[in-house]
Design a protein around this ligand. Structure first.
Ligand code: GLU
Length: 417
């Protein structure tokens, strides 16, 4: 896949190269790990509510499956492209390796605007997309999950479509399902919980306490909203949140529970009376202890990085910081917890769900959360120790850990020819 400059696959390659050089990675393995294993493009005809037929373009990329089945979400967004899905699938590869779970990296996406589609249209699209990629997915092959604009209900349709095709109920083909049909307790909150854990550990490392710390969050979807709730519960002051429509700021701390109620009704934080309006642009420049980009890619760029004043940046989203902006933040002494570590608790809880489905035995929420806490602390410490050992930033360190693990298994398995 060609990397165009300024592209997110190019960003992934840049991050990869920095770590691969430090590891003295041999050229052959370097080549293997910088190419996607499999890219699928499908057309999904759907009869819309007005009777007309629309054809949606969908993708599924299995970037690398050396460690196990491909794992990664399905994204519904007008901006989806093969290029984006490939970069996201590569990041899933490194994320699963950092999290130390036996999965490769995959990602799916459909170009669509789910905010303009009815529930029936979304169901028809989901079922047709899954039918089109049915041969490529499965509990041992590739296990999808939620991502931007997809949720538990959509995962239920994925599970049902696959099960109808193979002729028996197969819960472990997809994670992030409703609890009643093989979902795991704690999965819905897992990504925000992990973001909270790494924010707490980073604060400890940098020298302040998360209790009483000020936090700004971009994004109020699954990751942003759960992070806000759990950070507020941990005593942090969440002072600003923005979403797709607007933002809200309150220097004394927002009432997150009230904001959640407001968003349930209005689908946006815009207009919430418990604070002043704020733009994304201003949110990034706020004088806060912790900044959490939890929306889409390419949000912290050289446009705003020079004015970021946070002590710690925790990447709840995938790829929110461009490589040059990251370099700039690092040089200014800002502690950045990279996406492949910071939001890896989502896929870690997915791994727990897959294990429980295959085992047919389900854990309590306490068990899930305790295992998640242990896995996140293990991953955070492995990356922190690597960053201290090689005197590199946390992102390069996370790549060193991830590439090291995938390369070791690639060497052990050898070349099939
Ligand atoms: N979409 C999430 C991510 O980017 C979760 C993936 C999964 O659980 O497989 O990490």
């Amino acid at each position: 896949m060609a990397a165009t400059s300024g592209s997110i696959f190019g960003a992934m390659l840049q991050e990869f190269d920095g770590a691969a050089r430090i590891l003295n990675l041999e050229p052959g393995i370097w080549k293997i790990l910088t190419h996607p294993k499999r890219q699928i493009i499908v057309s999904c005809p759907v009869q819309m509510d007005n009777g007309e037929i629309e054809v949606f373009c969908g993708f599924r990329v299995q970037y690398n499956i050396t460690l196990g089945p491909a794992k990664g979400g399905i994204r519904y967004h007008p901006g989806v492209s093969l290029h984006e899905v490939t970069a996201l699938a590569a990041w899933m590869t490194w994320k699963c390796a950092v999290a130390h779970i036996p999965f490769g990296g995959g990602k799916g996406g459909v170009i669509c605007d789910p905010t303009r589609m009815s529930r029936r249209e979304l169901e028809a699209l989901t079922r047709r997309y899954i039918a089109e990629i049915i041969d490529a997915i499965g509990p041992e092959k590739d296990v999808p999950a939620p991502d931007v604009n997809t949720n538990e209900q959509i995962m239920a349709w994925v599970m049902d479509t696959y099960s109808m095709h193979v002729g028996h109920t197969t819960t472990s083909v997809v994670t992030g399902k409703p609890l009643e049909m093989g979902g795991s307790l704690g999965r819905h909150e897992a990504t925000g919980r992990g973001v909270t854990i790494v924010a707490r550990e980073s604060a400890k490392h940098v020298g302040f306490s998360i209790a009483g710390a000020t936090v700004a969050i971009q994004g109020f979807g699954n990751v942003g909203s759960v992070s806000a709730t759990l950070l507020a519960r941990a005593g942090a002051k969440v002072v600003a949140i923005t979403d797709w429509k607007g933002g809200v700021h309150n220097g004394k701390g927002l009432d997150v529970e009230k904001l959640l109620d407001y968003v349930r009704q209005h689908k946006t934080v815009d207009g919430f009376a418990g604070g002043e309006p704020i733009t994304n642009d201003r949110l990034f420049r706020l004088d806060v202890d912790v900044l959490i980009p939890a929306a889409l890619e390419n949000q912290i760029t050289m446009e705003n990085a020079p004015e970021v004043r946070a002590k710690v940046v925790v990447e709840g989203a995938n790829g929110p910081t461009t490589p040059d902006a990251h370099q700039h933040l690092h040089q200014r002494g800002i502690f950045v917890v990279p996406d492949i570590l910071a939001n890896s608790s989502g896929v870690t809880a997915s791994y727990f769900e897959w294990v429980q489905d295959r085992y047919g035995y389900f854990w309590t929420e306490k068990e899930v959360n305790e295992r998640l806490e242990a896995k996140m602390c293990e991953a955070f410490n492995a990356v922190l120790q690597t960053s201290l050992k090689y005197k590199v930033d946390m992102r390069t360190a996370a790549y060193i850990v991830a590439i090291g693990r995938v390369a070791t298994v690639t060497r052990l398995r050898g070349m099939y020819a």
